[in-house]
Structures are given as C-alpha cells and as structure tokens.
Design a protein around this ligand. Structure first.
Ligand code: FPP
Length: 240
C-alpha cells in the first residue's frame, strides 16, 4: 500500500459475481454465495484495519426476490447464519451494525435476529457496517417520501422547509455520511438501484474479479485508484 494514502471514510460495495465464480469452478451458485458471505467477514476486518470507518454492502436487493425459489431460500439461510455469527464477530471487533432496506418482508425470526444484532451493537465504536437487505434505492426514496408526506399532513413539517438535508433524514441512511468510494466487483458497470441518492458525488471503482476473490490486495488497489483521482464537488477541488 502506498504510504500516506487518503483512506476513504465510507466505502460502499456491490457484491457481484458469486454465481459466476461458483460456475467457473463447476459448483452450484449457492456455493458462491457461501464463499461470498465468508469473504465479507474478511473484508470487514481488513477495511477497518486500513482505517475505513463506514462500510456498506448490498446483500439482497428488492429485485433479488425474482431469483429461483431455491436461490432465495439459500440466501435467506445464509443471512440467518450470518446474523448469528455476526453477533460474536461484532462484539470481538467492536462493530456497529445497521440495516438498510425494508426488512418487514423477511420471516419473523430473521427480523428478530436482525433487530437483536442492531440493538446489541448500537453502542460499538469500531467499524460502522451497513448491510442492505431487501433494499432498492427507488423503494427507499418512495418510503421516505411517504413518511415525509405524512409528516406534512400531520403538520410536523412545512413543505417549503424541505431541503436536501431534511430529505436525507427520511432515508434509511439517515445520519451516515455519503460514500466516498463505491466498488462493484465482477466487471459490471451498473448501479442496480443501489444508494441512488447517496452516491451523487461518489467515486466509482469497478473490479474485474468476482466477489469471492476480492481480497485485501484488491481493496488496496481500489483505494490506490481512488487516490489518483481528483475529487470534485461541482467544480470545487477538495483540499488534499
Ligand atoms: C451477487 O452475486 C450477490 C448477491 C445477489 C448476494 C450477495 C450475498 C452475499 C455475499 C452473501 C450473503 C450476505 C450476507 C451479508 C451474509 P450474483 O449471484 O449476482 O452473481 P452472478 O452475477 O455471477 O450471478
């Protein structure tokens, strides 16, 4: 890693390519998801060691329900297992876990373990780790607008007072800084409905490797590339 590199404060990752990774090894897609979820634990630790404060990942999108029944149930099983082991890891590593997305569509037991995990880690001061589950950027904006409309109707908010900061408070990411760097693995160059509002000024980095192969070196490479770019906010150059 190059010395004196600027470490992005908030990194968001679209975990892509588990299926292709498994296929390339002659294995079923669900094997790729299992490997992908293990890799996530490793990258969480590496990210924090590097000085990244916020890490946000896209684990299950609102569109992922359209996958085969077998794959959806395998992903739900993985999430279930993850919520159990994550509590131990989060305590060991002082991680604060938060969920983005509408979890009301998940099975009750999974909702309960998610809530437990969020509650038990709420006071932790290490890596702030956001997992997007049943998340879609458009869905998040619509849910936010409905909430905001209710507040206007019930006179807690005046329409003329709405601005970007106020609207941000109605999103799942309320209180989080916007991502500085977005990484998508597997060579695809799409946003796939991830953090549509929050990525307005974010730098994008596309890695060719599939998610299960995205390791510490790949993360360092993404940060090196991020350092080579001039970050511009509407033409104003950020202080180096
Ligand atoms: C993309 O690969 C990955 C997903 C749809 C799910 C990501 C999920 C995990 C890494 C595991 C579960 C997460 C947690 C937090 C435990 P893909 O299936 O789209 O791959 P493909 O594009 O090659 O088909």
């Amino acid at each position: 890693m190059i010395k004196d590199m600027r470490i992005p404060n908030h990194v968001a990752i679209i975990l892509d390519g588990n299926g292709r990774w498994a296929k390339s090894k002659g294995m079923p897609r669900n094997y790729g998801h299992t490997k992908g979820s293990k890799n996530l634990e490793i990258i969480c630790e590496e990210a924090y060691k590097m000085g990244i404060e916020y890490l946000t990942v896209y684990a299950f999108s609102t569109e992922n329900w359209n996958r085969s029944e077998d794959e959806v149930s395998a992903l739900m099983k993985l999430l279930r297992n993850y919520m159990k082991t994550a509590l131990k890891t989060a305590v060991k590593n002082n991680m604060k876990i938060r969920i983005l997305g509408d979890i009301s569509r998940l099975d009750q037991d999974l909702q309960d373990s998610i809530k437990n995990l969020v509650q038990k880690t709420a006071e932790h001061t290490g890596l702030k780790f956001q997992i997007a589950i049943n998340y879609g950027g458009r869905d998040e904006i619509i849910r936010g607008i409905k909430h905001l409309a209710k507040d206007i109707k019930e006179e807690r908010l005046q329409a003329e007072d709405i601005n970007e900061d106020i609207f941000s408070n109605y999103l799942d990411t309320t209180g989080l800084p916007d991502p500085d760097l977005l990484i998508r693995t597997s060579g695809e160059m799409r946003l796939s409905n991830f953090l549509l509002w929050q990525l307005a000024y974010t730098e994008f980095y596309f890695a060719d490797v599939h998610w299960p192969d995205f390791n510490k070196q790949e993360l360092e490479q993404a940060i090196e590339k991020y350092n080579l770019r001039d970050r511009r906010f509407g033409g104003v150059r950020e202080e180096k």
